[in-house]
Design a protein. Sequence first.
Lengths: 438, 168, 385
Amino acid sequence: MPALANRLSAMFGLAGLQRELLSTGLILLVALLVSLVVLTIGGIMSYVERRVAGRVQSRVGPNRVGPLGLLQWVADGVKLITKEDLVPRDADRPLFLLAPYLVVIGVFAAFASIPFGALLIAADLNVGVVYLLAITSLTAVGILMAGWGSNNKWAMLGGVRSAAQIVAYEVPSTMALLSIVLLAGSLSLQTIIGQQGGWPWQWYIFHNPFSFVAFFLYFTAAIAEGNRTPFDLPEAESELVAGYNTEYSGMRFAGFFLGEFSNVFLMSAIATCLFFGGWQLPGVSVAAQSASIGLQALGLVVYVAKVCCGCFLVIWLRWTLPRLRVDQLTSLCYRYLLPLAFVCLLGNGAYLYLVTAGSTLDLAVHGVVTALAGAAGAFFVWRVFYHIRHTHDRISIDLARGERSVFDAGVQKRGYGALRKAGLAAAVAAAAAAKESP
Amino acid sequence: MTPVEIKDRLVQVVGEPVEWQAGPADAAFVVAPEKWYAAALALRDLPELDFAFLRTLCGVDRPAANCIEVVAHLFSYKHKHAFVLKTRVGRQAPRLATVSSVWPAANWHERETYDLFGVSFDGHPDLRRLLLPEDWVGHPLCKDYQEPPSYQGIPMMRPARPAMETKG
Amino acid sequence: MVAESRETPNQVRVTADEGREELMLNMGPHHPSTHGVLRFILHTDGEVMRKAVPDVGYLHRGIEKLAERNTYAGFVPFTDRINYLEPIFANHGYVMAVERLLGVQVPPRAEMLRVITSELNRLASHYVTLGSVAMDIGAYTPFVYLLREREHINDLMEALTGQRLTFNYLRIGGVAFDATDEWLKQVEQFVTGFEPIIDEFDSLISGNEIFVKRLVNVAPISAADAVGFGLVGPNLRASGVDWDLRRDQPYSAYPELQFDVPLGKGKLGTLGDCHDRFLVRVLEMRQSCRILKQALRKLPSGDIRAKVTRIKPAAAETYAAVEGARGELGYYVVADGTDKPYRVKVRSGSFASLSIVEHVSPGLMIADLVALIATLDTLAPEMDR
C-alpha cells in the first residue's frame, strides 16, 4: 500500500501535504473496501449458517428470499436497520451504545491484516499474529460493556461469563499460535504462509505431531473465544433468557450478530493461514504467484475454499454438540488445554532444535504425519457419507410449500389437509363458474 | 389390606371415626379435625399400613352440611393398598393442623387448599397462595364464591355484546 | 416471603445475617423453552444457587371450577387442556373415574384403542420432553429430529380424531372414532420405522460426552425424597422406586400386554440424577413401541362405545388414575346425583415435581437448574390447571 501511494504520487507529481492526503485517502478507501468485504462475509455466513443448520436438522432452511434463499441476509440486514433502536431506561447509556462498536471494531480491524492472496492484503504487518490476538480481544471488552450497560442481571451474568471465557481461552490459543510462529520464525502472516507450500505435506499442520495437536488446540480455543457452541453459555438461549445482547435491538444487535459471524470467518482464516498453507498453490512458488494475476486469483479461490471448510466445521459443531457448563468450560481450559498447549510449544521447540529443517528426517516426519492424518480424515469422511446414506431422513430438500413429508401419503388422503385442498379447489371452481354465468 | 382392615387398624390408634363412608365406590374414613395429625402420623408410620405416598390432599366445599371436607388420598407402594382419610372443618375461618411434616408433598397441596378454599393449616412453614396472585380476594372453589368485578383495574365481567349487524 | 417475591429482581441485596452479597435473579414467566409458563426466583451468589423458589399459577384457568359447571360428558374436552401433550391420558383418567361411578363396562375394542392411542401419546410426549432436555442443554438438533417424528404421530392422530394436539378422543363408555385397517397399518409402519430412530437418538445424545457431563450427578433425588414429595412416573422410577400403574394396578387393556418397566440404575452417576431421569424416558419409548406392536396385533373387533344414556351417577366419589407420560394422572370425582360433577380434583405429576425443585436446588448452578426442570418434565398447564 505505501508502494501504491508512492507510485501514484510519482505519477501525478505530488509532494508533501498532498501526498499525505493521497495516502490517507487511499487508506480510507482500503478500509472501506475491507469493511464492505467483511460485512458481506458476515451476511453470507449468517445465511450459510441457517442453511446448514436447516439441513443438519432435517429441514430446509431459508429458501424463499431470492434463489435458494441467497438474499436472506440482505432481507435480514434491511429488517434490522429499520427496527426501532431501544435503549433501556436505566441502562448505562455510553457503555450501552459503545459496546456493539467495540465488538465490531475488534473483528473488522483484524481483517486488515488477513491475507486473501499473495498480494491481496490490506496491511502486511510484520507483527501480524500479535496484532490479531490483541485486536480480537476488544470483543471481550465490548461484551463486558454490553452486559454491564444493559442494566439487566442476566445480561451482566452473560457478559461476565463471556469475559472469563475469552480471557481463559486466550492462553491456549496464543500458545498454539506461538508454536507455529516458532516454526516459521516470523510473526508476519504473509511470511508464515510463504514458509509453507501448496502441497498438504508442506502445510504446518502436518509438520510434526505437536503442530498437529496445536491446530486442534487453536481451533477449540478459537471456538471458545468466538462464543460458539459448545462454548456459547454467555449467549445461551436456553439459559432461559438471551445473554449479553438481550437488550439490544436493530442495528446494534446486528453489530453483535455480524461480529460473531465475521469472527467465525476470521478464526477460520487465521487457522488456514497458519496451519493450512493459506493461498499457496501446489507446485507454484510464492514469487511466481505474486507475479501472475491469474495465479493470484486461483490462490484466492483456493484460500477461500479452505476457509469455507473451516467455517462449515464450526457451524457443524454448533448444531451437533450440546453446551458445556461454565465451570466445566473453564476447567477444560485450565486443566486440560493449558498443559497441552505448553507441551505442544515445548515439543515444537524441541523438534526445531533437534531436527534440521529440510533434512530427510524432517521430510519423513512430514510425510508420516500427513499420511496418518490423511488416513484418519479419509476414514472420517467415509463414515460421514455412510451415515448420510443410512439416515432416516424423510424430509425432502425439494419440499415445496404445501407439500408434506413422504411418509403420510396414505394418511393425507383422510387427513384434514387433503379435504381442505379439495374443498378449496371446489370453491374456486364454483366461484369461477358463478362468475361466468351472471 | 382391604379398606375395612385398614380402618380397624386405624381405629385402634385414633379411636372410632366420626363417620365411616363405606360408599358405593371408594371408602373413606372421616376423622375429627383434632385427630387429623395423629391419624396421618399413624397411617404413615405403622409398618403394616406404611402410607408413604400422599396422592392428593384437597378440599370439597359442602355448604349443605355447613363444612369443608379436607380429603387426603393415600397409597402404599409396599403393600399396594390405598386409603382415603377425610375430616370436616367449619366454613367460617376453617383451620386444620398441617401434615407437611408427615408428607413433604402436603406442603404444596395445603397451599393450594388454602388458596382455593381458605382452609388455614396451623404449623405450615409457608402458607401463602399458590395458584392465584397474592392479592386475590376470595377463595374460588367455594360454592358461594362471587367473582370480583375487577382485579387490579382489569374488568372481570365482559360488557354486553353489541347487537350484530346483519348484511341485507 | 411475600415481600421478597414482590421485590424487583434488578437489585443486589446485602443480607443482614450473612453479610455476603446475594444476587436475586428472576427466571421469568417467559422462557424460550417448552415447559410452559413458569417463574423461578433464584437466590444465588452469582453462579451457585442458595435456593430456587418456584412461583406458579400463570396458567391457572380454574378447570376444576369449570368442572362443576359442565356436565360429565361436556367436561371431557376440558381435560385435554389440562395436559395438552398427553391429552389421551388426561381424558382417560377422568373417563375411568366416571365409568367407575356409573358402573359402565367399556367394550374390549375400545379399551385396546385407548391403549394404542395412549402409547402413541406417550411417545409423542416423550419426544417433546427429550427434545426439550437436549435443547436446554444446548443441542438444538435432536429436538427438531424428534419433532419430525412427532409430526407423524400428529398426522396419525389427525386422521383418527381430526385434531393434532388436544384429541378429545375418549368418551364416557368408550372412544369417539373407530380406527380403520388402513390407519392401523399406518401405525404399524410408523412403529417399525421409529425403532431405528431411537438408536440414532441414543448414539447422538445419550452417550455424548458433553451431554453426560451436564446431566450426571446433577440434582440426585433419593427414593425416600421422591416418594415423600409425591413424585410419580419416570421421575419416581429414575430414583429407583419400581412402580408403574400399568403393571402394578392394571387398568384398561394393559393386563393382556407384556412390557418391562425401566428403572434408574445410576450407572453413569448417582441414582436418581438427571441422567437417570433422561435415560428412563428413552427406555420407556422402546417399551411403548413394544406395547404398540402387541396391541395392534391383539385388537379385537366390536363396539367402540358402551351404551350410556343418562350420565347421572348416584352420590359417590372415587379416585381413578392412569400412568401418563408424566406419571400418575389422577382424578378425584365427587358425584352428587345430578348430571354435573360436584367436585373434580386433578392430581398431576408436574405438581409434585415442581414442589421438589425448591428442596433440591441448594448448591446447584443455574445451568443445572435448567437441566433439572427439563428432566423433571414439568408441564405448567398440568401443574396449574
